[in-house]
Design a binder for this molecule. Structure first.
Ligand SMILES: *[C@@H]1O[C@H](CO)[C@@H](O)[C@H](O)[C@H]1NC(C)=O
Ligand SMILES: *[C@@H]1O[C@H](CO)[C@@H](O)[C@H](O)[C@H]1NC(C)=O
Ligand SMILES: *[C@@H]1O[C@H](CO)[C@@H](O)[C@H](O)[C@H]1NC(C)=O
Ligand SMILES: *[C@@H]1O[C@H](CO)[C@@H](O)[C@H](O)[C@H]1NC(C)=O
Ligand SMILES: *[C@@H]1O[C@H](CO)[C@@H](O)[C@H](O)[C@H]1NC(C)=O
Ligand SMILES: *[C@@H]1O[C@H](CO)[C@@H](O)[C@H](O)[C@H]1NC(C)=O
Ligand SMILES: *[C@@H]1O[C@H](CO)[C@@H](O)[C@H](O)[C@H]1NC(C)=O
Length: 588
């Protein structure tokens, strides 16, 4: 029996590869030349990508033969490393803009009435909205524009004339390369209301929602409208009112996403009012098919267990809620960041909680209404104080697997540095990369008067089966299995990037790129918005809002940080403002 990998027959090695975890495989390849060679084989990489990352963007690119499978494998490997180690490959100032939208690797930039679409694969597309929007929009100065969403070669733009109420429109614009400008407008939709307007679309359906319907108890509720982008299909004229679906802030209390040709929404609450006496909090999930936005077709589940209130008092301003897709199973996942004051460790801890989105209620569990009065924690002293004005929710706490929660700082380990909310300008968590990313203002980085914007990234990976308890395996930080049959995770140290500017001239240059000087106003009240995906972090810095209305039109500066070696950020506007890791070592 051969005792080294390289003496195993190919077929056996092939099967071993298929059963190894992606990260273990990559690590093992460093120890074995034959294995490393195998990982350049198209058939093997194809098999690995198709089993581990079938729904990733790279898998689709490889399937459509834009890249080879070994390339896809390398991209995924690079990106995982670069991201989880806070080690981007490049950073660049893309240009000035009024607004931007970044999705699916395409960066749409709005500047004045012009939208530029940049991506690393195809040619840039420049669209002059003045030439394509309906006649009445042509006199351009008083137009107020913002980008709502991008998907499948369509960008949606919110467009309004200054100073006039009730005249907003959503424009759906095709950004397919090579189309003449006059053919770009797919749809122009007049809006009745624009409160909390958002849009999501595919190439066939456009959905938008506003917080403008009035519910039976007199509070505002969401209403959603669907429009077919295919002329021959008709859709219901009435909006779909999301009765009893509470929460106002997309991204913190609710999230909307299109997944598998269905419109999906999640809220962190099931009641409008806060109950005085309450034990359990549930997510409220709803879903309806894109072709049938009607109450009859809508699934609604108010019983997806979220937390027990006694897990700790929440720090509301840190709550982030999103719906993300699992790259291996294509399931929709609810990802919620919550900062709680935990009794067990007497401190505030941020944890990223992950649950699978389930829109059809489990029929084996009675609904929460039916639960009231039936199942209550009878040994709890508060039960005796309940009267008819209370409407408590109670369900037994559900066990959480280790994959269901990712603590920012693993239990018992040293939190090192934390940043105040006011200093944390962006927050994101990526479920596929099991990483969180904050953009913080660090006043200890460089000895300048202003604080530097830096990335702060932490991640975790499944630990090997023979993991050791924390004490023995230092410096690695470990979270042990929570339940039997569960996995353990190793947590990376939280890393900051870029290194202080005193480190080297290139680091100084990076600081200049990440912290571009703003034309007006002090840096401390700048506002930052950003988007993160598998390859890039894109953000826009704007001077802080002042009371001068003309500042609303003030341009922001867009910066792009790239985690993927292969795809360089688009090269435009000020191409000299970039720095590339290839020439320099900038590890944090
Ligand atoms: C956009 O089109 C309008 C009307 O044709 C024109 O006046 C304007 O100069 C164009 N803007 C750019 C940036 O090309
Ligand atoms: C819509 O229907 C008309 C008439 O039936 C047909 O000529 C046209 O090709 C259809 N368009 C699409 C996009 O299917
Ligand atoms: C949902 O999130 C918001 C914002 O963080 C918070 O105020 C609210 O209390 C949360 N709802 C529940 C039931 O925890
Ligand atoms: C805390 O962070 C600093 C700077 O990143 C690092 O030098 C130090 O080693 C860290 N301390 C611990 C205990 O991780
Ligand atoms: C997370 O990363 C995956 C793959 O790396 C990517 O496909 C996805 O868009 C990212 N999601 C978010 C919310 O950043
Ligand atoms: C931001 O700066 C402007 C101009 O200096 C000032 O008027 C405004 O009050 C500041 N905003 C905040 C929130 O500090
Ligand atoms: C880079 O571009 C800026 C304007 O965006 C210009 O002022 C500067 O001189 C350029 N630097 C180099 C080295 O070309």
């Amino acid at each position: 029996m051969p005792d080294t990998l390289d003496r195993l027959p190919f077929d056996i090695l092939f099967y071993i590869i298929l059963h190894l975890d992606f990260d273990d495989l990559v690590s093992l390849a460093y120890t074995c030349k034959q294995l490393k060679t195998l990982l350049n084989e198209n058939s093997i990489c194809k098999k690995i990508i198709q089993t581990r990352f079938p729904y990733s963007k790279k898998a689709q690119l490889a399937q459509n033969q834009h890249i080879s499978y070994p390339q896809a494998f390398n991209h995924i490997q690079d990106r995982r490393n670069a991201f989880s180690n806070a080690h981007p490959f490049s950073a660049r100032i893309v240009g000035k803009a009024n607004d931007f939208c970044y999705r699916q690797g395409k960066l749409c930039i709005l500047k004045g009435n012009v939208i530029s679409v940049l991506d690393s694969i195809s040619k840039d597309v420049i669209i002059n909205l003045s030439t394509i929007s309906p006649g009445s929009w042509a006199s351009s100065e008083e137009l107020r524009l913002s980008l709502l969403f991008y998907n499948d070669d369509i960008v949606t733009v919110y467009c309004k004339k200054e100073g006039r109420p009730n005249n907003g429109h959503i424009l759906a614009i095709s950004i397919r390369p090579g189309l003449p400008d006059e053919d770009r407008l797919i749809k122009s939709i007049p809006l009745e209301d624009t409160r909390k307007l958002f849009a999501r679309h595919t190439s066939q359906y456009l959905y938008y929602g506003t917080y403008s319907s009035v519910g039976p108890q007199g509070h505002d509720e969401w209403e959603i409208r669907g429009v077919s982008l295919d002329v021959n299909r008709t859709m219901p004229r009435d909006s779909l009112k999301l009765r009893g679906f509470f929460g106002t802030d997309v991204g913190s209390t609710i999230a909307f996403e299109i997944h598998n040709d269905a419109f999906c929404a999640v809220s962190n609450q099931t009641t409008f009012e806060v109950e005085e006496i309450d034990w359990t909090s549930f997510y409220h999930c709803i879903k309806f098919p894109l072709h049938d936005p009607t109450p009859a077709a809508m699934e609604s589940n108010r019983n997806l267990w979220r937390r027990q209130h006694d897990e700790g008092v929440l720090q509301d301003s840190w709550t982030d809620l999103s719906l993300q897709i699992d790259e291996a199973t294509h399931s929709l996942m609810i990802v919620e960041a919550r900062r709680e004051y935990q009794k067990t460790c007497h401190q505030q801890v941020r944890t990223f909680y992950i649950s699978e989105f389930v829109s059809s209620p489990d029929s084996s569990i009675p609904s929460s209404e039916a639960l009231t009065g039936l199942v209550l924690p009878w040994d709890d002293a508060y039960v005796a104080t309940l009267d008819s004005t209370n409407n408590p929710n109670y369900a037994r706490p559900e066990p959480r697997n280790n994959w269901n929660f990712h603590p920012e700082v693993p239990f018992k380990s040293n939190p090192n540095r934390s940043f105040l909310l006011a200093r944390t300008k962006l927050r994101a968590y990526n479920y596929s990369c099991a990483s969180f990313l904050d953009m913080v203002e660090d006043d200890r980085c460089c000895h300048l008067s202003e604080s530097c914007l830096r990335l702060r990234i932490g991640s975790r990976r499944v630990a090997p089966l023979d993991w050791r308890p924390l004490e023995e395996s230092m410096p690695e930080r470990l979270s042990a299995p929570a339940l039997s049959g569960d996995v353990a995770y190793r947590h990376s140290k939280v890393k900051m990037w870029p290194p202080p500017s005193s480190r080297c001239p290139c680091s100084k240059r990076l600081h200049q790129i990440l912290n571009p000087p703003l034309p007006s106003g002090p840096a401390y009240n700048r506002s930052i918005t950003g988007t993160l995906d598998e390859d890039n972090l894109v953000y826009m810095i704007r001077p802080g809002q002042s009371y001068n209305p003309s500042d609303d039109k003030a341009l922001g500066i867009i910066v792009m940080t790239n985690f993927n070696q292969a795809a360089l950020p688009p090269k435009i506007l000020c191409s000299n403002e970039s720095i590339n890791k290839k020439n320099t070592d900038l590890s944090g």
